[in-house]
Design a protein around this ligand. Structure first.
Ligand SMILES: [Fe+2]
Ligand SMILES: [Fe+2]
Length: 274
C-alpha cells in the first residue's frame, strides 16, 4: 500500500490546519518514507503534528526545485531531523520573478547551500533520475518535448552580475512505480505537466496513471491550458490531484472535464494506492 499525505498546500478545509502558498507531500510505502517538498514556512511542522506525522523520523527529502514555497520549510525541518536531501544541482540559483508590487525584481529563491549544511543538511545533487526509496524515483532533468508548454516568462536568475531567463532546469518530479503504472508527484511542474509525464514514461518504460501536485496551469496561457486538457484526455488518467499553482479556476475546469478522476488535493488529503 502506498499512502500520500498532503501536509502543506494553498488551501485547507479542515479545522486548525494552516494553508499557505506552498506544497509538501509525504509518501509512505512499506515502512519507507519520503518527504516531497517542505512548503514555505513552519506550516509543515504545525500541520504534520495535527496529522499525527512524526517528522523527526524523516530521513529522505526530495526538493522539486529551488523556489521559496517548496524549500522554505526545510530550515524548520532541519531543527528536528537530519535527512538526506535529494535535488538537482541548479537548485541554489539566485532567482527572481519580474512580477512584484513595487516594480523591482522579487527574490523567489532559497538560502545558500552552506546555510542548510550548517543546520546539518546532507545534499545529494543529481540531474539524473535517482531511486530514493524502493520504487520511488526522482525524474532528474525534465526534457521539454511538447510545443505548447513553456516555462513562466517572468522567471530570471543571476549568475555573477548577469541576468538570464530561468527555465527552472532544476525542476524535478517524484515518480512512484506501482502495479497500476506510474504515479507522478509535481512540485510546481514548471516544465509542463505533459512534458514531465511523457519524459517519465520514456525514462521508466511504463505508463503514467495519475498525478498529484502543482501544475502551474493557473498562470499558464489559455492555449497551454486547453492543449493540456486535450493531452490529458488522450492519457486517460485515473487520478488527478491538482494543487497549489493550479488555482481554483483551472481545478474547476479539470473537474468539469474529468469528473471523479479529480481529487481536490489540499492540506490533510490522503491518497491510498493499493
Ligand atoms: Fe515554483
Ligand atoms: Fe510553487
Amino acid at each position: 500500500m502506498i499512502k500520500i499525505t498532503t501536509i502543506v498546500e494553498n488551501t485547507a478545509t479542515k479545522a486548525r490546519f494552516k494553508a499557505e502558498h506552498g506544497l509538501s507531500m509525504l509518501v509512505e510505502r512499506d515502512g519507507e518514507t519520503v518527504l516531497f517538498d517542505t512548503g514555505q514556512t513552519d506550516a509543515l511542522i504545525h500541520n504534520a503534528k495535527l496529522l499525527g506525522i512524526d517528522l523527526s523520523k524523516i530521513d529522505k527529502v526530495v526538493l522539486s526545485h529551488g523556489h521559496y514555497d517548496h524549500a522554505g520549510g526545510l530550515k524548520y525541518l532541519l531543527e528536528i531531523a537530519k535527512p538526506k536531501i535529494y535535488a538537482h544541482p541548479e537548485i541554489f540559483r539566485k532567482r527572481y520573478s519580474k512580477l512584484s508590487d513595487d516594480g523591482n525584481l522579487r527574490y523567489i529563491g532559497i538560502e545558500d547551500r552552506e546555510f542548510y549544511e550548517q543546520l546539518g543538511a546532507e545534499f545529494v545533487l543529481s540531474s539524473e533520475p535517482v531511486e530514493v526509496a524502493d520504487g520511488i524515483y526522482t525524474t532528474g532533468f525534465e526534457k521539454m518535448v511538447t510545443d505548447f508548454e513553456e516555462v513562466d516568462k517572468n522567471f530570471v536568475y543571476y549568475k555573477g552580475d548577469k541576468l538570464f531567463k530561468d527555465y527552472v532546469d532544476d525542476d524535478m518530479s517524484l515518480v512512484i512505480d506501482t502495479n497500476r503504472g506510474l504515479l507522478v508527484l509535481f512540485g510546481c511542474a514548471h516544465r509542463g505537466i505533459i512534458n514531465i509525464m511523457l519524459d517519465a514514461q520514456k525514462k521508466f518504460s511504463k505508463e503514467v496513471f495519475g498525478f498529484l501536485g502543482g501544475t502551474h496551469l493557473g498562470v499558464a496561457g489559455e492555449l497551454q491550458q486547453q492543449r493540456t486538457i486535450e493531452e490529458l484526455k488522450l492519457m486517460d488518467l485515473s487520478i488527478m490531484g491538482p494543487s497549489h499553482c493550479t488555482g481554483m479556476l483551472m481545478t474547476a475546469k479539470l473537474y468539469c472535464e474529468f469528473k471523479e478522476a479529480v481529487v481536490f488535493n489540499n492540506v490533510g488529503t490522503i491518497t491510498l494506492i493499493a
